[in-house]
Design a protein around this ligand. Sequence first.
Ligand code: PLP
Length: 416
Amino acid sequence: MAGYPAVVSTTPESQRAAAAIPADDVSEHPDVSAGPKSAWAQSTVAVAAGRPPREQGAPLNPPVVLSSTYFSVGKPGPGERVYTRYGTETWDPLEEAIAALEGASRPGLVFASGMAAVAAVMSLVPHGGRIVMPRHTYQVALQLANELTSRSAITVDLVDVADTTSVLAALDAGGRVDLLWLESPTNPMLEVADLAALAVAGRAAGAIVAVDNTFATPLGQRPLALGADVVVHSVTKYLAGHSDVVLGAVVVNDPDLADRVIAYRGTHGAIAGPWEAWLALRGLRTLALRVDRSTTTAQQLAERLSAHPDVLEVRYPGLPDDPGHDRAARQMTGFGSVIALRPRGGLVAAEALASTVRLWVPATSLGGVESSLERRRRFYTESTTVPEDLVRLSVGIEDLEDLWADLDQGLRAAQS
Ligand code: PLP
């Protein structure tokens, strides 16, 4: 690939313009070219963003382009397609839609997985740099940060992200911070960070402020508007929403950060496959309906679980007495659809619950249309400060009463 630019900036608009049929051929047709409007509600944006140009006879859905390479002679111009690892038309609509939902000024950047997106952001930390991150962030993001400590001499300070004072103290201690990694609500403890306050403090400490917005989705929270530099998604979860693809995304406003992440993607090569990108966009079209339904159901389940005789503790930011409720109510527009519960009877009851449910799927991952649950400490990699008996529930879109009946019988059976 010698001679090709390391950074190929993907600009869907210019590529569309290049691909459009000559103006003469469309001049007799009515102008149907109005694109997505920034004033539209997010539920509309999820449906309308990333569509092919509104031209007579154009398809409603973007095509899947299956080509590893492109006709190309001589020195490639800016944004010109040369090789799929650097960019392909099939990413563009999804990148445009995710950015529009997050309120970003430039297209998002899709990756082969959420972890590939996390790794791209962590690559921004220089050798010998410092990361401040929540002790209960997604366990594999923690694993990666720990791996970097030995490989790149990076220092990682783990904090209780719900305790703003302790995060500020970590930012103040020991000079420059390169990356403030935030996740809110956290996986799996559902702690809520004060994103706006921490974004200001993180930037003042010289850090890039990144927020993993997987749990909240852009419909529940928009970190860029709260002051973050970077948003990360496991698109695998709510955005794609059907447990059939693994994909990730990074969203930034800053052109320099974008170029660095694009360069990383091109050289490290953890790129999204075209089918996965297309499927994720198809899933994204119903994001608002799915999130609305699963959030409403999660609220009701969390309330019922709080009163269940076989439940010791429930964490859900939508519960008025949850420690994160007031903060979540200030910065979120929806409390999400992940619940953490601890059944009476400890680890044994937690495992029994996972094996006695008949509708809930005992499985890892979350954010699909189907409701699933798992005891998180079954993974040796999960933080030891997560209780052994904590069961994470991902609420899907099934009927509330069916989900409740199954959970209730599972909790009762787990006691015997
Ligand atoms: N971020 C969060 C909050 C997650 O829950 C996960 C996966 O569970 C990831 C990132 C990683 O995403 P992926 O599994 O798509 O690599």
